[in-house]
Design a protein around this ligand. Structure first.
Ligand code: ZN
Length: 183
């Protein structure tokens, strides 16, 4: 199983690279890695397993965070209405997005960042993502608010972008233009 020791931190070059497309169907190794990434998130949200293995709770992880420069992300979380989003995705791509932005009032965190970085991270309020799931299905997801933010954070990792790159340097808590706040 994956643990925090497998997660690379700030300064690792993989976090700043544009990751490579996975040629589909994925290899057995790629498929099993993506399954492990999803399992890692579930474990990290399980109080007992989390404590036992000293995991940091996470809702998303991208392969470059394991030092593997491939376009693979896993996500596991519930939105405010209790809807479960649990996916392992190959080659996720944002195919359209709203003009309106959204940001989390508490800011964002990252398993690869061992410090608190304060400030609002402007994201698109709504996105449509195309990807291939763990079963090999081509899927299309319409996401909004919190879910849209989590997916954008993970997809950014595939392009070498960290959440704090989006924070306004002069005024980290400046309200992004045309945006809604998400608590
Ligand atoms: Zn992250």
């Amino acid at each position: 199983m994956l643990t925090m020791e497998d997660v690379v931190r700030e300064g690792h070059p993989s976090l700043r690279k544009v990751a490579n497309e996975v040629s589909l169907p994925p290899s057995e190794e790629e498929l099993s890695l993506l399954q492990d990434m999803l399992e890692f998130l579930k474990n990290s949200q399980d109080e007992k397993v989390c404590a036992k293995y000293n995991l940091r709770p996470g809702v998303g992880i991208a392969a470059p965070q394991l030092g593997i420069e491939k376009r693979m992300i896993a996500l596991h979380f519930e939105d405010i209405s209790g809807k479960l989003f649990s996916y392992g995705l190959f080659n996720p791509k944002i195919v359209s997005h709203s003009v309106e932005k959204a940001y989390l009032t508490v800011g964002e965190g990252c398993l690869s960042v061992d410090r608190n970085v304060e400030g609002f991270v402007p994201r698109y309020a709504r996105i449509t993502v195309k990807a291939t799931d763990l079963e090999g299905n081509a899927i299309k997801l319409r996401l909004k608010d919190y879910a849209a933010i989590v997916f954008q954070h993970e997809i950014d990792h595939l392009n070498g972008v960290m959440f704090y790159d989006h924070i306004n340097k002069e005024n980290p808590f400046e309200i992004p233009e045309n945006s809604k706040s998400i608590d």
